[in-house]
Design a binder for this molecule. Structure first.
Ligand code: ATP
Ligand code: MN
Length: 504
């Protein structure tokens, strides 16, 4: 706050008819000679500020007219309700003060390619889209903490430097720890199991590192994961915990961020349907679905849909190109068409990728063999076929991590689950009951070619009062991508770390 008199845009609804001062940045502006419309943002929202010639000093009127995007300023004026205005309120400006004039801000309201935006992430964070995602991320993280804190869980901070692998060794990031090789943590789970034997219900929440060597829209090398771990719980108990937890996150986001979801074009109606119970499939049932007639037809229909979308997009693009070639357009009209064209072309590129991948994904699904882990495209198909999240349980033991408990009724499978978000988004949670038998766990560690010595302390937990226990991990960025309808999870963290590039 510059002074006590400054008001936030989020508070305008309580100040109708009053004179207030906003402090912020110029997001956008247009002028029609005698009247200027300044869209100001202040971190809490956007507000249209209307400047009329004659109502402020002539010199200031001219300065504002020339003021560049993202200049910082204060604006004073009377608040009035205006349904057509962004945010529902606007300011009839009586005064303004330019704090720092900006020129040639690199990110204009026209569209830019994603690479350019990532390189300019420090500035792109100010965009409406990134702001909406950031606000939703804040709610998600707050909901996560609240859910566990209010349900008898104790927060345990697990270490980031670790000596042993918790997941596949291929995705470990090595660090030189005073000459000793160590790794950045892939999961807090192993340490959390120790803590669960003290506190009963625990969770950890922090950054997680995986040297993912594939460039997918679902993988970052640094992401945030929350992991609850519970003593005395079985698979059914874990599924119930997970569905209540996810439902709580969705409810909180719907309650606090409807405006942002709308701005992002998220599918609010579908989110409103997210209530327990979620669908439950065993892995074996999922494989039957993937290799069956239903999936074959489903994927074929998708291809038809994609092809007709392609045709519609191409027609629309041709129309717009013709319009812009006609001439006689004002600059703002040209900009609008250019922005629309960039948007349509990127959708067309996605549709084309879909058309290209469809036959391969169809083949992968049709020829899926029991025993393999579900691949990204398989998860996508299953999740596209459902309107609510789907639990897939009881995966083949050999495809899963050493610590997962073997199902005593069917030794081929583990007591584990993945939760697939609906509408094609795919896995957001992985979890399991943990192997609690000392000898079986040693055998599993050896089977996976891991060094038993590294797990000495972990094995102790099975020596001293072993109990049935389990937990899961939810990826924050994937959850946000699902909720917001964002295609790539790199947009769901302020400063993403990707395999091929760290931009800023
Ligand atoms: P996938 O098979 O999709 O790589 P995983 O089986 O490796 O996932 P888990 O080890 O079960 O994932 O991790 C739990 C959760 O953490 C996942 O469900 C996902 O939400 C998140 N997660 C895992 N890896 C990544 C990653 N590289 N980037 C972002 N989130 C991730
Ligand atoms: Mn993985």
């Amino acid at each position: 706050m510059l002074n006590d008199a400054t008001t936030y845009i989020s508070q305008l609804k309580d100040n109708v008819g009053q004179e207030v001062t906003l402090a912020g940045w110029l997001y956008n502006s247009r002028s029609s000679g005698k009247i200027q419309f300044l869209i100001v943002r202040d971190g809490t929202g956007l507000c249209q500020c209307v400047v009329e010639k004659g109502k402020i000093p002539e010199e200031l009127f001219e300065q504002l007219k020339r003021l560049g995007q993202e200049s910082s300023l204060t604006v004073t004026g009377t608040v009035r309700e205006e349904a057509r205005s962004v945010g529902g309120y606007e300011l009839a400006v009586t005064n303004a003060q330019i704090i720092s004039a900006a020129e040639d801000y690199p990110i204009t309201p026209k569209s830019h390619g994603i690479d350019f935006l990532l390189k300019n992430r420090h500035l792109h964070l100010r965009s409406q889209r990134q702001w909406c995602i950031g606000k939703i991320r804040h709610t998600v993280i707050d909901a996560i903490r609240r859910f566990f804190n209010d349900n008898g869980f104790t927060l345990i901070d697990t270490p980031i430097f670790t000596a042993a692998a918790g997941e596949e060794e291929q995705t470990l990031f090595g660090v030189d720890y005073f000459g000793i090789p160590m790794y950045l943590t892939q999961t807090g789970q192993l340490h959390l199991e120790a803590a669960a034997m003290s506190f009963g219900r625990v969770y950890c929440f922090g950054p997680t590192f995986r040297a993912e060597k594939s460039k997918t829209r679902r993988h970052l090398t640094e992401f945030w994961m929350v992991e609850p771990e519970v003593a005395f719980i079985d698979l059914d108990g874990l599924l119930e915990l997970a569905e209540n937890f996810v439902t709580f996150i969705v409810t909180e986001v719907l309650q606090n961020n409807k405006d942002q979801l709308e701005t992002l074009g998220a599918d609010i109606a579908s989110l409103e349907k997210i209530k327990p119970p979620f669908y439950r499939l065993t892995y074996t049932e999922a494989v039957d679905i993937l290799t069956g007639e239903k999936t074959k037809n489903f994927v074929a229909r998708q291809l038809e849909d994609l092809k007709s979308q392609k045709q519609q997009l191409e027609t629309k693009i041709a129309e717009l190109e013709e319009q812009s070639a006609e001439g006689g357009l004002k600059q703002w009209q040209k900009d609008k068409i250019a922005a629309e064209l960039i948007g349509l072309s990127s959708t067309l590129a996605e549709v084309n990728t879909g058309i290209e991948n469809n036959p391969r994904h169809a083949k992968l699904a049709a020829e899926f063999q029991w025993g393999k882990d579900l691949g990204g495209s398989d998860e996508t198909i299953i999740s596209q076929m459902h309107d609510k999240p789907v639990f897939v349980t009881h995966y083949p033991r050999q495809a899963k991590a050493f610590y997962m408990k073997t199902d005593r009724d069917n030794e081929k499978v583990a007591l584990n689950f993945d939760l697939l978000a609906p509408a094609g988004f795919g896995e957001i949670i992985g979890g399991s009951v943990r192997e609690d038998d000392y000898d079986l766990l040693v055998a599993r560690i050896k089977e996976q070619g891991l060094n038993v010595e590294n797990y000495d302390w972990y094995l102790d937990l099975r020596k001293y009062g072993s109990v049935p226990h389990g937990g899961f991990g939810l990826g924050v960025e994937r959850t946000i991508a699902w909720l917001t309808g964002e295609k790539h999870i790199r947009q769901c963290i302020a400063f993403p770390r990707l395999m091929d590039k760290i931009y800023i």
